[in-house]
Design a protein around this ligand. Structure first.
Ligand code: KG4
Ligand code: ZN
Length: 352
């Protein structure tokens, strides 16, 4: 089966084509980073307009690269949420228009389910069950993944996401959006221990985290610095920040391994591209006889391949009736606020 995946929840338009036998056939990403940089963050209306410009062109590019025609597709998977409402609507509109024209099903995918399954595009791929650490611009959470579609939230950030803390720290250090890669590069040049920042909730008896205090601690250091533009100070502060994030994530990962007894840790989401965090988690796992799995480097941040993977997994598990109910459907939803447990158990009562 061949599934086209479309991602447009934030500032990347991602399109990919996956084959159930051959794996990933082609994928393409257009990032809007340069467009949003001038504003210091994502401008939702600009994001939606750019997705409109890119979605069809990227779809054609991917089909061409795979040497296939649209008529060869069996289904389309598209990010249904969470994300920016307008941006989600663009991806869904394109997916449903193509799906309707071709008479094939369109499957709405939860963005985090995509991130969660993206490590299954790596070699070796993690078998179920595994612990997932999702670290992105909007989420930081530990999940227990029993099997496909069976997710249990083990703990999460109570305030800022780790990616958000990276982005805000970068801003305080005078770096451009998105800040993760810039802070990571500065930290590489910094001296460990030169500036020590707090490790929020490090010793809390659960898997919850908090990153907003860390950002405030960075601000305090910048305010009291004699010269905040001094390169040595900037590198040392970045180092202090990264080391604090690594300590918190590795301590919580160790706790999650102990608590669940599961020896596989899947790390996904944009922040999983961070080399200091990767190194810390690999070491933590190795010490406990566990193994850390990451998506391929180019599939850590938002992309269409992860949506195609999740869509294919859903498609393979659908009954004939479920599949038929999707055919010719003209109505669709964009779900800006949508939890993974709601997506996995749509019939269960949800707390809001
Ligand atoms: O998963 P993602 O592409 O989008 C969301 O779903 O949020 O994650 C984006 C986040 C941004 O906060 C960005 O700064 C962070 O991932 N990021 C990184 C790195 N690359 C991207 N953070 C730390 N180190 C990196 N190398
Ligand atoms: Zn994401």
């Amino acid at each position: 089966m061949k599934v086209l995946g479309i991602e447009s929840s934030c500032d990347e338009t991602g399109v990919a084509l996956i084959d159930s036998e051959k794996g990933l056939l082609a994928h393409a990403i257009h990032t809007q980073i340069d467009m949003h940089r001038a504003y210091g963050g994502v401008v939702p209306e600009l994001a939606s307009r750019d997705h409109i410009r890119r979605a069809i062109a990227l779809t054609d590019q991917v089909m061409h690269e795979a040497g296939l025609a649209r008529g060869d597709l069996d289904a389309i998977a598209v990010t249904e949420g969470p994300g920016l409402a307008g941006a989600l609507l663009v991806g869904s509109s394109v997916a449903h228009a193509i799906g309707y024209a071709l008479g094939i099903p369109v499957i709405g995918v939860h963005h985090l389910e995509g991130h969660l399954l993206s490590a299954r595009l790596a070699d070796p791929k993690p078998e179920f069950p595994f612990i997932a650490l999702l670290i992105s611009g909007g989420h930081t959470q530990f999940m227990r993944v029993e099997s496909f579609g069976k997710y249990e939230l083990l703990g999460e950030t109570l305030d800022d996401a780790a990616g958000e803390a990276f982005d805000k720290t970068a801003q305080l250090l005078g770096e451009c959006y998105p800040g993760g890669p810039a802070v990571s590069r500065l930290a590489d040049e910094g001296t460990p221990g030169a500036i020590v920042l707090p490790r929020p909730m490090l010793h809390a008896p659960n898997l919850d985290m908090s990153f907003s205090g860390l950002k405030t601690a960075v601000l305090t250091e910048v305010k009291k610095a004699a010269d905040p533009a001094d390169p040595v100070f900037r590198c040392n502060l970045a180092r202090g920040f990264v080391d604090a994030v690594v300590d918190v994530l590795t301590a919580k990962a160790a706790k999650a391994i102990k608590q669940t007894g599961i020896k596989r840790l899947v790390v996904a989401g944009g922040v999983s591209a961070n080399k200091q965090i990767r190194a810390g988690l690999i070491k933590t796992c190795a010490k406990r006889g566990a193994r850390a799995y990451f998506p391929p480097m180019n599939l850590c941040t938002d992309n269409g391949a992860m949506i195609a993977v999740a869509g294919l997994a859903r498609l393979e598990r659908m009954s004939k009736g479920e599949l038929e109910s999707l055919l010719g459907r003209l109505s669709f939803a964009a779900k800006p606020r949508w939890t993974l447990s709601e997506a996995a158990n749509p019939d269960a009562p949800q707390l809001r």
